[in-house]
Design a binder for this molecule. Sequence first.
Ligand code: GTP
Ligand code: MG
Length: 455
Amino acid sequence: MTNQFNDTIFALSSGRPPAAIAVVRISGPRAGDALKALSGKIPAPRQAGLARVRDPQSGEIIDEALALWFPGPNSETGEDIAELQLHGGRAVIAAVLAALGRIEGLRPAEAGEFTRRAFEKGKLDLTAVEGLADLIGAETEAQRRQGYAQLKGLLGQRAETWRARLVQALALVEARIDFSDEGDVPEDLMGPALALVRGLRDEIGEALAGAARGERLREGLVVAIAGPPNAGKSTLLNRIARREAAIVSPTPGTTRDVIEVHLDLDGYPVTLLDTAGIRDSGDPVEQEGIRRARERTSNADLVLWLESAEHHHAQSRATELSAQFPGWTVRTKVDLLSVERRNELINEVKIKTSDIIHLSASTGLGMPEFLARLTEFARSYFGIESALLTRERHRNLLILAKTSLDRVLDECSQTGEEIVAEELRGAAQSLGRLTGRVDVEDILDVIFRDFCIGK
Ligand SMILES: Nc1nc2c(ncn2[C@@H]2O[C@H](COP(=O)(O)OP(=O)(O)OP(=O)(O)O)[C@@H](O)[C@H]2O)c(=O)[nH]1
Ligand SMILES: [Mg+2]
């Protein structure tokens, strides 16, 4: 991405046309000139004004719009921003973008460039930028909440206070180094420094403990449906998804590829996987399907092991296999059993264990109870509070910081103050990279690449 701040950039910031309204934003030193060129005037700051938008070359009216003017530095990007709310037709947008493109010093924005400017101007730290991306990408209520919390500084502010305390500890250690030759050194500077480090190490450790939860909330909790062929796996997936996502047939070995369905369970994101029935097979295509089934199942957060209630009694290979995939046992097709047998089964299960679920995906019997359990599982997995860490990037940097602090605490009695100071500087550096305060050029392109144009 180019980094020319003298350029004035513009883009369609609203969604795909045609739509009722299209928002075109212009940011940079020539934003005001551009607005004037198109509409003849600039409205009062932060107040909507009616604007007749003309092609500056031909003078022809393109559209009538609302214009907004946000002079820098108190704008989203920190630069002058002009915004036009046009009618959202393709030709209207094309004509306005073309007219802007012909103005000297203006060029189309690249993906995420508005936000990048906001970051470079110190309007947002890097964790807030990531929060913004998450907020835009959020599909469920819990994801929205987490994205918003991150945008508002949930992690950024914590990291900044951690860094401030680290700097305090570092100052104590450095004072000890500086005065060590003199007679009247305040002897115990290391004690308070180490106390600070210990507190920090524990807090960072706690944040790391919740990291998996935060990352999962972005990506979705993975629940895999596995079991022998014909157990009714695809039927269950379709029932939960409320559409024919997977092919169902009485022929065992129907499903080959892993089929993914994204669900919103009471605000929590869940990715449900349907997999190939596991059995010995000579067919190379089915073998590959089974290999994929095993792989995805072993990485899932929860496995639903399905068996037909009709023949679960036989001490089959299936029961052996189910032990390899810990999770819930689900007995399917209970509609095929006689009422007596069904009651018997349910009683039997109640006595032995409550871990077995009975349902019929064809008739819907037992489905509400099953879905309630799945929702409860998601709810208790994610908890109520937003997780502090939401990305692998956060986790890796905090692990680095914590490792340095661990070393300080483990080895401070043997090593000199210089080494302690060096470790503390390293930890502060990691926290600085987390918020983008220091030395992050190398990762910026990766982060902003995920943004859409106009954001
Ligand atoms: N009566 C009844 N039949 C069911 C039920 N669930 C599935 N079936 C039938 O069982 C057969 C197999 O269903 P699928 O959903 O394709 O089974 P699967 O486990 O995905 O099978 P593979 O993909 O081959 O591993 C189909 O004929 C379904 O209609 C159920 O709850 N009750
Ligand atoms: Mg199937």
